[in-house]
Design a protein around this ligand. Structure first.
Ligand SMILES: C[S@@+](CC[C@H](N)C(=O)[O-])C[C@H]1O[C@@H](n2cnc3c(N)ncnc32)[C@H](O)[C@@H]1O
Length: 644
């Protein structure tokens, strides 16, 4: 296969370039590493249980850096040939009515075209044409404007005029069919979301991004935890957090569907001017990324594409670039006690003025990172940390004789950065929060002008992961009392109470599907393997599982003694459960109404009704099936509300 075909195949199909194509640079380095380790007579690769710095020192003796071949960097750079090849692919897919594939190919044609050149203008016009077929005149108009601003070939000017005329027709048709009262309702719902879910009402004096009724404390069994310092009703927003760093899962496979800066889903994005990997929803996101965290990624991403690098490695690199070499150097040189001394306890992440500052690096440095449990993984991670530091050195100016440290010993500083890198790779495993969205419609039928967006029933799709300064402090419970909900409009996540909380209660979310869906032993095993803790929440202590869920007849567990009740009355706590059948009947009726509201896309009304039902469930046994159903309805209402 010709090299260009191979590259196009790898980009379109998401395969790695190395599939049998040529010697893998990473493999060469691994081989060399093993040879060196064998040669060393006293080669003791005893890194298990050592600190990150010690591990880097031990491995370094056997690690030999082989400079990155130039060809790695040129493969995925902008090129008119690639842009035109993608345009041809797009045309072919368009003719075959495969609009999803056509859009991807035209996006890539835009991404690979040389900035300012005619290939870029032509790719934009092709994409505009496709958007018109998909009944998206606003996106088409944006592409037409971009093409007109660029060097669109004069001899093809008529084409641009034709597309523009079609755009006006489609836009008029679409405007005529817009349902005005409906859009008014949606705007109202958006304002409601803004005010209720994405603004703090009374911000905490020393912990940013949380309400004043939230505190951080520490317990030896579970580390730091977040608690409420007063009674809180179900439905209350307790914190609103933004990611410090995030990574798109398919970043190295040319994810053109999400903004690389704010992570929002996009249809007609604009590409980075310097590399082919990053895409943005707007000029402002592009500018912010290219002068900030993405500034140095242009160079090293092509290198990483050639190797099967995981999301957590690229995220660790992004955290380092977000913190910046100056901050890391200050840390390395002064061994700042705020970072290194408060290793345990509730003060981790707080600065010397006692403030938990969410934009600073400190909370992220202090995210929990359990010691490795498998030797081979530990070895591979340390190797990759050393490798990444060398890639960064060779491709960016991160380690270039820094202004802030004229006498810097670069080799030692590099080792320190490798150890911090290792720390973030591990902490990502225990702290990363999934980024997901409702599944987009697949463009297969252009005549179906309004794709049936039934928000109530759409599935979610995971597309990335992020680390958050405050959200990452929430511990797990299999019977959670709170749920994180994300708004793609704000790129922020709120945590909302699912139950009435009492003063001193810990805010817990679920790291795994609700306990009702899995058996206790499976949940415990998963949490131990995946997050390194033995779950001791109520649901695990009392072995709650799907098998002993109550049924619709109102059978339940007693709140006090957790005894299984067939009659709805506990022999030991008779008084307490007396009116259970009436309460159950009433709530059941309301649950049916909420379901109908959600199906009718009346999410605001559904949210109100569901939160008041959750509030009136005070004192219910947590494994009462109706309560779980109401929680589920409440979450569906929130998802619908935020996606309108
Ligand atoms: C996202 S962090 C939560 C914050 C963490 N407690 C800290 O101090 O930074 C996840 C880690 O917290 C601990 N953890 C979370 N939920 C727990 C639970 N129910 N029981 C014990 N440890 C828990 C585990 O060590 C887990 O790997």
């Amino acid at each position: 296969m010709a090299v260009n075909d191979l590259i196009i195949n790898c980009i379109l199909e998401g395969k790695t370039y190395e599939n049998g194509a040529e010697t893998n640079h990473l493999e060469r380095m691994y081989r060399k590493f093993c040879e060196n380790a064998e040669k060393g007579e006293d080669a003791k690769l005893d890194i298990f249980g050592k600190s990150e710095t010690e591990r880097v020192q031990i491995i370094k003796q056997f690690f030999e850096w082989i400079p990155v071949p130039d060809s790695y960097f040129s493969r995925f750079q902008k090129s008119p040939e690639m842009a035109s090849a993608f345009r041809d692919y797009g045309n072919k897919a368009y003719m075959e009515d495969d609009y999803g594939k056509a859009l991807r190919a035209f996006n890539l044609a835009v991404g690979f075209a040389i900035p300012g050149g005619p290939d870029l203008a032509m790719a934009y016009v092709k994409r505009a044409d496709l958007f018109l077929t998909l009944n998206e005149p606003d996106l088409a108009q944006r592409d037409i404007n971009l093409a007109a601003k660029l060097a669109f070939p004069k001899k093809a000017a008529q084409k641009l005029i034709d597309v523009q005329n079609r755009c006006v027709t489609v836009a008029n048709r679409k405007n005529a069919s817009v349902n005005v009262p409906n859009s008014k309702k949606i705007n109202e719902a958006r304002r409601f979301c803004n005010d209720k879910f994405f603004k703090l009402k009374s911000p905490h004096a020393s912990i940013q991004n949380v309400e004043e009724f939230v505190d951080i404390d520490y317990r030896s069994e579970c580390g730091r935890r977040v608690i409420v310092n007063r009674d809180i009703p179900a439905g209350t927003v307790m914190l609103v957090d933004s990611p410090y760093a995030f990574m798109l899962e398919n970043l190295l496979k040319w994810d053109t569907e999400h903004c690389h800066y704010c992570s929002r889903p996009i249809l007609g994005g604009i590409p980075c001017n310097s590399c082919t990997f990053a895409w943005f929803c707007s000029d402002s996101c592009c500018a912010k990324a290219c002068t900030g965290m993405h500034k140095s990624e242009h160079k090293y991403l092509p290198y990483l594409q050639c190797h099967p690098m995981q999301c957590r490695i690229v995220t660790a690199a992004r955290i380092l670039f977000t913190a910046g070499p100056e901050e890391l150097y200050r840390l390395y040189e002064t061994k700042d006690p705020i970072y290194f001394s408060s290793k345990f306890g509730a003060t981790r992440g707080f600065n010397q003025d006692g403030i938990y500052e969410v934009d600073s690096y400190l909370p992220i440095f202090h995210l929990i990172a359990h010691p490795p449990s498998k030797f081979v993984k530990d070895l591979a991670d340390t190797f990759k940390a050393l490798l990444m530091v060398n890639v960064i050195e060779q491709t960016t100016d991160f380690f270039r004789k820094p202004k802030y440290a004229p006498n810097c010993n670069i080799d030692e500083f590099k080792d320190f950065v490798a150890s911090v890198f290792l720390r973030h790779m591990r902490s990502f495993e225990f702290n990363a929060i999934t980024l997901s969205k409702l599944q987009q419609p697949i463009y297969s039928d252009p005549n179906n002008n309004t794709p049936s967006l039934n928000l109530a029933n759409m599935k979610t799709l995971r597309y990335g992961a992020a680390v958050y300064p405050v959200l990452c402090l929430l511990n797990h419970s299999c019977d959670p009392n709170a749920v994180p909900v994300r708004s793609l409009k704000h790129a922020r996540t709120s945590v909302v109470a699912l139950k009435n909380l009492k003063r001193g209660d810990e805010i817990c979310i679920s790291y795994t599907p609700l306990f009702t869906l899995q058996d206790t032993s499976d949940r415990i095993k998963y949490l131990l393997d995946r997050y390194n803790f033995f779950c001791a929440c109520d649901a695990c202590n009392h072995c709650w599982s799907n098998a002993n869920r109550t049924n619709a007849c109102g059978e339940s567990h007693c709140d006090k003694c957790h005894r299984y009740l067939l009659s709805g009355q506990c022999p030991a706590c008779m008084e307490r459960d007396k009116c259970m059948p009436q309460i159950v009947g009433n709530l059941q009726k309301q649950a049916t109404q909420i379901e109908k509201l959600i199906e009718g896309q009346q999410f605001k009304e559904a949210e109100k009704m569901a939160s008041s039902c959750l509030e009136s469930c005070e004192g219910f046994s947590s494994c009462f099936s109706l309560f779980i159903d109401l929680q589920y309805l409440y979450k569906r209402a929130l998802v619908g509300l935020f996606n309108q």
